[in-house]
Design a protein around this ligand. Structure first.
Ligand SMILES: *Cc1c(COP(=O)(O)O)cnc(C)c1O
Length: 725
């Protein structure tokens, strides 16, 4: 975390650097004032390329300086990547070069020269430049000390200066003049991989190595002063017409040093970058993404210039997009940026390494059945009562995001989860509407209740007081204990409940209770439930008598609704029934409803083998073959959520029942397929669901394991892929 934040300012500045390069090639202020444009594009924007070189040096070289064997790989990998990128860029601009007649007038020698030294398109010189620079430093660092290398690169830079901004000084000296003339036959400019790139690469490396010796004083002052000096230098050289080219200045060196120190001294939390740059549709923005974006802007923008020009010609809007240099710059920048974002998403989609979801063990989830269940359950609700979709525990194993989205499509806009983390997860995936947190939220996490606009359950009177002192008004539902003796303030403490309503720090939007035996048909249990119901509604009446607006009220969960559908509530909190499953077969069910299970659980046959009479299967050798038999190994185990005590259960394969043999392992289990012919690798095995004429329900599996479906389903693991059909 720490490490990442440290570099985020560098990565952030890459984007600015990329736009500065666009500025160099579009001269944004040219149509307004030529001096201003000179200052911006020929002086200020000259920091962009050195910045990119310094970052390269900063990350690539220090390892090599410390250890030649470790560092080699970094250098080689950088060279490889840059060559690939350069190759791609050459191909991208090839059609334009052909169109411009480049190959008609250019000899093979010049082509080679362009590829290796000058770049095949005007902006591409940077890539061969960086490659040459790194190669040169690699060679130098191999033989001499880093300080000597830095000194050498400085001398090379001075030599370059005389062929660039300071050419006027030596132009008149015949020997030196002819030396440079000779150089210019080989290189177009001294701004290249030999005289220009090495010093910045090395400066980056030196800064990285001396990172620990934090600079004393404020680098920003140094930055401002050196920028001022660079402006004077550039303007003077320009006025006296000394420049042959304008990319190298003496003061560029201190400017780059202070700029880098300034960026490194800025502590920006990467959190702050979320939500910017159009990049956050698929998760938080990482530093790496900014690197990619700036690189695409750099590679693409000359094409952007051509496209904008073509577009203005066709539409006759040249006065706007070409003549007005500011709009020209902005439109090229915007186009390049959008292309970069587009490439970013394409890459994200292409790079998604997703194993085939049905390759091992998976859940098939029927959206149709979910819709059906919502319809059936809605028809039971009294007027003005709505379903609160209970999607805790990953929607009982079904996948909370997709289920919530589907419920939302069906008009359900209130959700409930057990924990604050589950609620945040929903919000991060853009689930709107009210979200009620059933469980206790720690005071350290109260801030998230506000930030994500969540509703918290008040678990008792004391908790209400703690919540009310938080500072911002937190939305809450009060929980009343009417006999479950789990969460909630007892209905008997009416005074406390009343006081909670008067706490200024809370925004009370609801009140609820929970039934403990609404699924039982025993006389005593029904009486108990009725007592709970009347305790709850009496409390509501008493509160209303005192002029309190109770907010939304609710008491039924799935069985509450199925067995006591007439209650006049605002919500019914439905969990298990939404998923088309009942908790267990022996529960009371007053309303006969035709729910359809949403989920099937499947896995594959990994291998088939014969075993002889007396041989044993799996851990503990619990199972001994009574005779020669054939077994199949199935790719699912208890780590996927299959209870280990399903040992005596059966699975379905090819429409037949196959008993589990031996102990269930973490990732596999074995079944007896002696009586089922033609089973082979990859065949599908059904643990819950239908295969041919046979069905195994979640209720049956749960009963076999001595539990209820709620437990079985909610423990289905993340490792299972969820396939919606
Ligand atoms: C889990 C839960 C529900 C949903 O119960 P189901 O029986 O699955 O419908 C309702 N209310 C509370 C408080 C719960 O914890």
């Amino acid at each position: 975390m720490q490490k990442r934040n440290e570099y985020i300012t560098l990565d952030f500045f890459r984007i600015i650097g990329a736009f500065l390069i666009v500025a160099i090639h579009t001269s944004p202020l040219a149509s307004i004032n030529s001096t201003a444009d000179f200052i911006v594009t020929r002086i200020f924007a000259r920091i962009a390329v050195p910045f990119f070189l310094m970052v390269t040096g900063y990350f690539i070289l220090p390892t090599y300086i410390h250890s030649k064997t470790d560092g080699r790989y970094k250098i080689i990998s950088f060279l490889k990547k840059t060559c690939q990128l350069y190759g791609f860029a050459i191909l991208l601009y090839l059609p334009i070069m052909v169109y411009n007649g480049y190959f008609k007038e250019t000899g093979i020698l010049t082509i080679i020269q362009d590829i290796f030294l000058n770049g095949t398109f005007y902006h591409l010189w940077y890539l061969p430049g960086a490659i040459t620079g790194i190669l040169l430093l690699w060679l130098l660092l191999n033989h001499v000390k880093p300080q000597t290398v830095l000194g050498t690169t400085l001398i090379l830079y001075c030599f370059g200066l005389l062929g660039d901004s300071y050419f006027g000084l030596i132009e008149g000296i015949p020997v030196i003049n002819s030396l440079y003339k000779f150089l210019f036959v080989i290189f177009e400019y001294t701004r290249n991989g030999l005289f220009y790139a090495p010093v910045f690469l090395m400066l980056g490396a030196v800064l990285a190595i001396n990172k620990r010796n934090v600079m004393k004083g404020n680098p920003r002052i140094g930055l401002i002063l050196s920028l001022l000096l660079m402006t004077c230098e550039g303007l003077l050289l320009h006025t006296f017409d000394i420049q042959r080219h304008d990319s190298m200045y003496v003061t560029l060196l201190p400017v780059m040093y202070y700029l880098f120190q300034t960026l490194l001294s800025m502590r920006v939390c990467s959190e702050n970058l979320k939500g910017y740059w159009l990049l956050n549709f698929m998760g938080p923005v990482r530093s790496k993404d900014l690197r990619f974006i700036s690189m695409v802007i750099y590679i693409f923008h000359p094409l952007g210039i051509i496209l904008i020009r073509g577009f203005s010609k066709v539409t006759g809007l040249e006065y706007l997009f070409i003549t007005n240099s500011v709009i020209h710059f902005l439109s090229v920048s915007l186009l390049s940026y959008l292309v970069a974002v587009f490439c970013f998403y394409c890459r994200l989609l292409l790079n998604k390494e997703m194993p085939y979801p049905k390759s091992r063990a998976w859940l098939e989830l029927s959206i149709n059945n979910l819709h059906h269940n919502v319809q059936v359950l809605t028809s039971l609700l009294p007027h003005n009562c709505h379903i609160m979709g209970v999607v805790k525990a990953n929607a009982y194993g079904h996948g909370d995001i997709r289920v919530s989205r589907e419920l939302n499509k069906m008009g359900i806009s209130t959700f409930a989860v057990a924990t604050i983390a589950e609620a945040i997860h929903l919000r991060k995936h853009k689930i709107k509407g009210d979200i009620l947190v059933f469980g206790y939220t720690h005071p350290k996490d109260f801030k998230y209740l506000v930030k994500y606009n969540l509703t918290q359950t008040i678990v008792d009177y004391d908790y209400a007081r703690t919540l009310s002192t938080f500072g911002s008004r937190i939305k809450v539902h009060i929980k009343i204990d009417t006999g479950m003796h789990r969460l909630g303030e007892s209905f008997e403490n009416l005074h406390n409940i009343e006081e909670i309503y008067h706490l200024a720090g809370l925004k009370i939007t609801g009140i609820y209770s929970h039934l403990s035996v609404s699924d039982s048909y025993l006389e005593a249990d029904i009486t108990f439930t009725q007592t709970q119901i009347s305790s709850f509604f009496n409390t509501m009446d008493k509160l209303e008598e005192k002029g309190i607006d109770t907010g939304k009220i609710h008491i039924q969960s799935s069985y509450g609704l199925l067995n006591y559908p007439e209650l006049a509530c605002d919500y019914a909190r439905i969990g298990i029934a939404l998923y088309g499953v009942l908790s267990a077969p022996d529960k009371m069910l007053k309303e006969k409803v035709s729910l359809k299970p949403v989920l099937s659980l499947k896995a594959r046959v990994v291998t088939v083998k014969s075993i002889k009479k007396g041989e044993t299967v799996s851990y503990g050798r619990d199972f001994t073959a009574p005779d020669t038999m054939v077994i199949a190994v199935v790719s699912i185990g208890y780590a996927d959520g299959i209870p280990r005590n399903l040992n005596n259960g059966s699975l379905l394969i090819k429409g037949m029942k196959a008993p589990i043999v031996g102990r269930i392992c973490m990732d596999q289990l074995m079944i007896d397929i002696t009586r089922i012919p033609n089973i082979g690798q990859d065949d599908v095995v059904t643990i819950i669901g239908t295969d041919g004429q046979l069905t195994i329900t979640a209720e049956e599996v749960a009963a076999e394991c001595g539990t209820i479906t709620n437990e079985l389903l909610s423990r289905l693991s993340e490792r299972l892929k969820r396939v919606f059909i």
